[in-house]
Design a protein around this ligand. Structure first.
Ligand code: HEM
Length: 517
């Protein structure tokens, strides 16, 4: 008993000491080390004077002091102006006005160089050097969720993973997935039909959850083939892990806190273990059953082909399953949700898309050729991804000193580009940049704006989205089936409030009034 009391006391004092040291480290970092490093970074750009923005902590703290992600009061009025950057990153917009297209700021102990200068953005995003890669600081904190899969890894390890997975997501492969995507879309149509029946002809539906279920369903089928039901179960757990990570103590900035056995940390670690064991169990069953041709199989072959220990091979498989899910699930679900919100607020475009789909499909299930002919629908999706790109910041870290035009990026510095800003810059898109006008894409992306390479909902260069073919087909099929089965408008319950979570989501969801056609 004595011993126990002693241990408890020790524990409390150790935690207090760690906290105290953490606060000292933060003060030192904020007041001395960080401003010094930022000044040096500024000097590298040929700019003198004090750092333009010295900020402590993380993006959440910046938002607290500089504003951001403010959901407007509930309104059934369709939003007519879509200035996403000003809504989610007002501080960037403010600094841009103050300092121009290149400025620096500190995020905890990481220096960020914000670059929205078109030529430099092109050079950075298309840079093929392995010395420029995904930022490492983000992944340390999100380790249990992301691991070292394709999204987070760099160098030779990333190149190997990309080579393994890319062929499974080529257009030819994706065309073979249209039937399964149609089946998942039909499940959603059936669900909405039953809601409309229950609502005596009209249903007020918050569509976000249904879109997620659709997207999760497709990605499970595409990745896990016949093991699809197990895939759904695994993805459910990853979602729980993602939510637990949201509750985890990231924001303290106190070194080492993420390793302490706090309640939320323990919850995340337990889920991480559970996800890994579910995936590895599925792999064992798969190996016993024999060869299949799906993304999971490619990952397994990739793990076998590389010179990895058993533990490293297991992590390769587990991390990539998690990465595929994270890359393909919410991105596609929120894109579909935003496109439907835009069509609900623009009845004329809803009608145009409906007419086109009816004319192209003539009552048949869509195939690759029909989807290719749906020009109006493609324009709406491009415009939806322009106004609400799920990934709003493109970020890279320099692993050695690098130069892009007149921009110097010292080793260890991160470069951020605001996609949301580039997608709605009136100088690039014209005075109507904030308006929903799919017609601007009538002649494709090259005809839509002055600098087409700045349209990058799927990224650009060597790390461009591997799943963009799959995502476009998914969006086309699900929207085509929805517009030809239902008419819909924004519900009075809808309140417009884009917010930055893992991707750009509607803060309060999207509520539609849906009727059967
Ligand atoms: C509308 C839906 C989607 C959007 C907007 C989107 C967007 C993006 C973006 C912007 C990147 C690049 C990030 C960067 O350069 O830092 C990316 C990477 C990636 N995406 Fe997607 N994505 C979508 C759907 C999917 C789907 C369905 C999959 C499929 C499984 C997928 C798999 C990947 C993978 C594996 C990468 C990492 C590529 C690499 O680092 O080499 N994505 N995505």
């Amino acid at each position: 008993m004595e011993l126990l009391r002693f241990d408890a006391k020790m524990l409390v004092s150790t935690v207090a000491l760690i906290g105290f040291v953490g606060v000292l480290v933060r003060l030192y970092t904020g007041l001395v080390a960080e401003p010094k490093r930022l000044r040096a970074l500024l000097a590298k750009q040929g700019i003198s004077g004090p750092p333009q923005a010295v900020l402590l902590g993380n993006i959440k703290e910046i938002k607290k002091t500089h504003g951001g992600s403010i959901a407007k009061a509930p309104s059934s009025e369709p939003p007519t102006s879509h200035n996403l950057a000003a809504t989610i990153f007002p501080f960037f917009e403010k600094w841009r006005e103050q300092f121009g297209d290149v400025f620096v700021f500190g995020l905890g102990t990481t220096q960020i160089l914000y670059v929205n200068k078109p030529e430099a953005v092109r050079e950075i995003t298309t840079c093929t050097s392995l010395d420029l890669g995904k930022p490492t600081y983000q992944f340390k904190e999100r380790g249990p969720l992301l691991g070292q899969g394709i999204l987070t890894s760099n160098g030779a390890s990333w190149a190997h993973q990309r080579k393994v997975m890319a062929p499974e997501l080529y257009m030819e492969k994706v065309k073979g997935m249209i039937n399964l995507i149609t089946e998942s879309s039909n499940t959603l149509v059936d669900l909405w039909n039953s809601k409309i029946e229950a609502g005596k002809g009209v249903a007020d539906i918050k569509i976000d959850y249904d879109m997620r279920r659709f997207s999760g369903d497709v990605i499970s089928r595409a990745c896990f083939g016949s093991s699809y039901t197990k895939g759904v179960q695994i993805f459910d757990k990853i979602r729980q892990l993602q939510e637990a990570m949201g509750r985890k103590v990231f924001a303290t900035g106190i070194p080492g806190i993420r390793h302490l056995p706090t309640k939320s940390n323990r919850e995340a670690w337990a889920l991480e273990k559970e996800v890994a064991s579910l995936i590895l169990q599925l792999v064992k069953e798969r190996q016993a059953a024999g060869f299949e041709k799906d993304l999971l199989q490619m990952v397994l072959e990739g793990a076998k082909a590389s010179d990895l220990s058993q533990n490293a091979a297991d992590s390769f498989i587990v991390d990539n399953c998690k990465n595929i899910y994270l890359a393909g699930y919410e991105t596609t679900a929120t894109s579909a949700t935003w496109c439907l919100m835009l069509l609900a607020s623009n009845q004329e475009w809803q009608e145009r898309v409906r007419e086109e789909v009816l004319q192209v499909c003539q009552g048949r299930a869509p195939d690759a050729d029909m989807l290719r002919k749906m020009k109006q629908l493609t324009m709406v999706i491009h415009e939806g991804l322009r106004l609400y790109p799920p990934v709003t910041i493109m970020s890279r870290e320099a692993f050695k000193d690098m130069t892009f035009g007149d921009i110097h990026v010292p080793k260890g510095v991160n470069v951020w580009t605001s996609v949301a800003t580039l997608h709605t810059d009136p100088e690039i898109w014209g005075a109507d940049a904030y308006e929903f006008k799919p017609d601007r894409f009538a002649n494709g992306i090259t005809g839509a704006c002055k600098l087409p390479y700045l349209y990058m909902p799927f990224g650009l260069g060597p790390r461009v989205c591997l799943g963009q073919n799959l995502a476009m087909i998914e969006l086309k099929v699900v929207i085509a089936l929805i517009v030809t089965n239902f008419s819909f408008s924004l519900s009075p319950n809808y309140s417009h409030g884009p917010t930055q979570r893992l991707v750009i989501e509607p803060e309060n969801g999207v509520d539609l009034l849906v009727k059967k056609l």
